[in-house]
Structure formats: C-alpha cells, structure tokens
Write a new protein. Structure first.
Length: 103
C-alpha cells in the first residue's frame, strides 16, 4: 500500500492531516487531496465546538474511542494534524478505504 501524506502510520497508531470546513452542513470525513482529508462539520468554530465535533467524527469513522483521538497541531486553524491511537495497520486500511482506488 502506498501511503498518502494525508496519513502515515506511527508506532502507536496513525497520524492524519485534515482540512476542516466548519458550519459545513452535516458532519463528514472524506477523501481530500493527497495532503489532507476533507472534513465538513455542522458545528461552528466557537468555544471548541468544531474541534470536539472533529474528534467525535474521527473516532466514529475509525472505530475508536474519542479519547484515542488527539489534535496535535492546528487547534485554531482549518488545517489540523491528529493522532489516532490504535493498531496502525487497521487504521491505515480505514484511511485508505476513505480514498478508494486511485489511478
């Protein structure tokens, strides 16, 4: 499997990059560019609501608990880096499935 820079396996899980669009209608984590996942959140970027929504969405998508997801960079930015704790191989397969087959 060739890794995109949108995610990379690390010893204790997966590191992912996301571009967040707050007030984007419904919550969705989708394939973005090679550099980041695309993320739409219903929550507004007020009082940490969008970050909390992002953590919940990523946890649900990857099948882990919310405490397994940590925002490591970009707390106040649209571009964020997150760490997902867990089996790196399983998490990378989920990330790859979000992108689907690439030509």
């Amino acid at each position: 499997m060739s890794e995109k820079s949108a995610w990379r396996a690390v010893d204790d899980g997966l590191a992912i990059a996301v571009r967040v669009t707050p007030r984007g209608g419904r919550d969705a984590l989708t394939a973005g560019t090679d550099e980041h996942f695309g993320t739409r959140l219903a929550a507004a970027p007020v009082d940490g609501a969008a970050n909390a929504g992002l953590v919940a969405l990523v946890a649900k998508t990857f099948g882990v608990s919310k405490r397994a997801v940590t925002i490591v960079a970009g707390e106040t930015s649209r571009l964020k880096r997150l760490h997902i704790a867990g089996d790196a191989t399983v998490l990378a397969e989920i990330a790859s499935a979000l992108y689907g087959p690439r030509a």
